[in-house]
Design a protein. Structure first.
Lengths: 84, 517
């Protein structure tokens, strides 16, 4: 039997405004509510900078503006250009 | 001239309210707050309740979250359902189910000890007659009291000898029915109990039946606490409070008793909240302290229970779930391109690494190699510490049989570490994520139902549940069961790996190394 469930991929975002666990929790909570998001992982990279990995179905394109809106509603957080 | 003659009247302690009774009552108040608040923390991590045991979204009988979930299985995680609560309300708050579970275990252990002491003394001193009805007259008398209360009145003081009929029924119900039911349903949620005595868990309607009844019991307990405390202040407080504080029947001491009672309530609430903030101030330290305090109870009560799912008939194919939650999604390109390549290739070239430094060698075992080893197959319930469950028929090879391919256990080896192709979802300090891992002690490794499985329900393991190989440790909660397994190795000690707590969930979610409850 072949597993017919949808493939899962991740989309990566560079974020600004995150400095500690409280920020990570706030962002995780709000981004979890964005339609299509199946899993959230956040790594604090450097002062105020973080990388966010969102897992979702491969055939679902995440709504970047919905994510940005969600981030703004949670605090002083934003998606920034990835400099890595 | 008025001569003041000193009176020698001494108001002695009322034999109905001895010191031990008042002390256990006060301690019960402190502990019930710890138990309830930590219980609310656990509920917040999965605010859904079911009677059916596959926990399929949409079939809840009670949902305390507005979050809607996709219909597809395996495209979201249960961790996404976790809600952050205020430390003012729950213990400790802010999405800390691991620490909440430790507080719950500690609180319940002390609450149970206090309760046993209370009941023993109650019967030993004969004071049980105050609360246990011995005549059917209690029923009409209680209905009469209820009628008066519903009319916003208060039964006259003559009704209270020292308690009225309604109090006797309520107290007996709480002490001898509700509290034991809470303990019994709580125990039924332990995977160690379920894997040793599956019939006991099924008696309660399975894990979800026990969980739902536990929740309903908690609601009843809250109603009782509110009504009990409220009536203490509303129905003859001039007698209740001196009874409770000084153990005397002396309304002249009401003001003193009132002041002490209010101060005690305020102080206790402050203590409950302080415990939350103290716990959050250094979460790793809190985990160390709380696990140290609760581990003796786990060892004494649960470690002797050895799973025997392959030899039980309680759970059958009829119990196999339609749906299976997961609290982690398959590795993606940021985690393991190697696993993705294996997935594309149908895991034909995938190999399990067995061995390491202590063994002095590393074996590379294919799925075919694993299938050639003795196969074990059984039906078991998977329980996540968040509260969801699923029942499956698992097929695979015992971990001890895989390790035996390396030869005798190295002399220094005290643990086995199992590592995943996937990464942790978060690290304790939110640093760059590291591979998900779990560590088992020798006792757990030796158990019959500690298995590396490659089949579920008669077909190759599903991708979202750990393909091509995952760990099953039936005596433990799911957080020990590594999915998408990459390697297995003997280690001397787990303190040198990750954050040193013995696994990814122990490191980041501050769970206990011993996952038997």
């Amino acid at each position: 039997v072949t597993d017919q469930r949808p493939a899962v991929v991740s989309t990566t975002f560079a974020l600004s405004g995150l400095t500690d666990g409280d920020d990570v929790r706030a962002v995780t909570d709000i981004v979890s509510t964005v339609p299509g998001v199946g899993g959230v992982a956040i790594e604090l990279v450097s002062a105020g900078r973080a990388t966010m990995f969102l897992k979702h179905q491969a055939d679902v394109e995440l709504d970047r503006s919905a994510i940005e809106t969600a981030l703004r509603s949670a605090g002083d957080y934003a998606v920034v250009p990835d400099r890595s | 001239m008025v001569v003041l003659t000193p009176t020698l009247e001494v108001i002695s302690v009322d034999p109905d309210f001895p010191l031990w009774l008042r002390a256990t009552h006060l301690l019960n108040f402190v502990l019930i707050g710890i138990v309830l608040r930590s219980g609310w923390e656990i509920i917040a991590s999965l605010p859904r309740f079911w009677w059916r045991n596959d926990c399929k979204p949409g079939t809840e009988w009670l949902k305390l979250t507005r979050r809607t979930l996709p219909k597809e299985e395996g495209v979201y995680t249960s961790l996404m359902d976790e809600r952050s609560t205020s430390p003012l309300l729950t213990l400790p708050g802010r999405k800390n189910i691991g620490l909440g579970r430790h507080w719950h275990g500690l609180g319940v252990s002390l609450w149970l000890l206090n309760g046993i002491l209370y009941v023993v003394l109650l019967f030993g001193t004969g004071l049980w007659r105050r609360i246990v009805p011995t005549s059917w007259d209690v029923v009409p008398d209680a209905l009469e009291s209820l009628r008066i209360y519903l009319g916003l009145g208060v039964p006259s003081i003559e009704h209270f000898q020292p308690y009225d009929a309604l109090q006797m029924l309520a107290y007996s119900g709480v002490v001898f029915l509700l509290a034991p039911a809470m303990i019994l349903t709580g125990i039924a949620m332990s995977p160690a109990v379920r894997s040793r005595f599956p019939w006991y868990v099924k008696l309660w309607g399975g894990h979800q039946g026990a969980r739902s009844l536990h929740f309903i019991g908690m609601c009843l307990m809250c109603v009782f606490v509110v009504m009990h405390v409220g009536l203490v202040f509303l129905a003859h407080p001039e007698y209740n409070l001196p009874h409770m504080v000084f153990g005397v029947t002396d309304p002249t001491r009401y003001a003193q008793a009132f002041t002490i009672t209010v101060a005690t309530i305020v102080g206790t609430i402050a203590l409950w909240i302080a415990l939350s903030y103290l716990t959050l101030a250094d979460r790793a330290r809190s985990q160390r302290v709380l696990v140290t305090l609760t581990e003796p109870v786990r060892r004494l009560a649960l470690n002797w229970m050895k799973p025997r799912m392959a030899r039980q008939g309680t759970y059958t194919e009829k119990d196999v779930s339609e749906f299976h939650w997961t609290n982690g999604l398959p590795p993606t390109s940021d985690e393991s391109t190697e696993w993705l390549e294996h997935q594309q290739n149908g895991f034909a070239d995938w190999r399990l690494e067995v061995g390491g430094e202590l063994s002095g060698t590393i074996l590379q075992l294919s799925l075919a190699d694993l299938r050639r080893l003795p196969k074990t197959e059984y039906i078991a319930v998977h329980s996540c510490m968040q509260g969801w469950t699923a029942t499956s028929k698992w097929g695979g090879v015992r971990l001890r049989d895989v390790l035996a391919q390396l030869g005798p256990r190295p002399a220094e080896a005290e643990y086995v570490m199992i590592t995943s192709h996937g990464l942790a979802q978060s690290m304790y300090d939110h640093r760059l994520r590291e591979p998900f891992y779990a560590v088992l002690d020798l006792t757990t490794v030796a158990e019959d139902d500690t298995v590396l499985v490659y089949e579920r329900n008669g077909h190759p393991l599903d991708v979202h549940l750990g393909a091509p190989l995952r760990l099953r440790v039936e005596s433990h909660h799911g957080y020990k069961m590594v999915k998408w397994v990459r390697s297995v190795e003997w280690i001397a000690d787990y303190r040198g790996y990750g954050d040193g707590r013995g696994g990814t969930r122990e490191d980041s979610a501050l769970q206990a190394f011993n996952g038997r409850i």
